[in-house]
Ligand binder design. Structure first.
Ligand SMILES: [Zn+2]
Length: 112
């Protein structure tokens, strides 16, 4: 899961991303602890953030992968004489699944 936070340097405030294995904040606490202390990729300023303030967003690589997969399947079954709406639903299903994962992560906060 890719998580984002904003740099705490007032003159930068750029979006940074970290990659974690966890898909919820409880696992994240086990994985990286209660807060991050990461260096900004843009200005090298260290930002301390409680993990409740990290937010997940959609993984567009997975969605693009779904679109490519659907395109390949469409080409493969083209000869069969039907191009179904089925292949169109693949990227949509992947998109919805990613959105569900991200919003589930963002909704659940840890208490301490
Ligand atoms: Zn910065």
């Amino acid at each position: 899961m890719k998580l984002h936070y904003y740099c705490s340097n007032p003159s930068c405030k750029k979006l940074n991303a970290i990659k974690v294995k966890s898909t919820n904040r409880y696992d994240l606490k086990q994985e990286i602890g209660l807060e991050i202390n990461d260096r900004c990729k843009h200005c090298s300023h260290h930002t301390k953030r409680h993990i409740n303030r990290l937010h997940a967003s959609l993984n567009y690589f997975i969605i693009i992968g779904g679109v490519v997969l659907a395109a390949i399947i469409t080409i493969l079954i083209w000869d069969l004489g039907f191009v179904s709406t089925l292949t169109g639903t693949i990227p949509i299903a992947i998109w919805m699944n990613e959105e569900k994962r991200a919003s589930a992560f963002n909704k659940i906060m840890i208490r301490d």
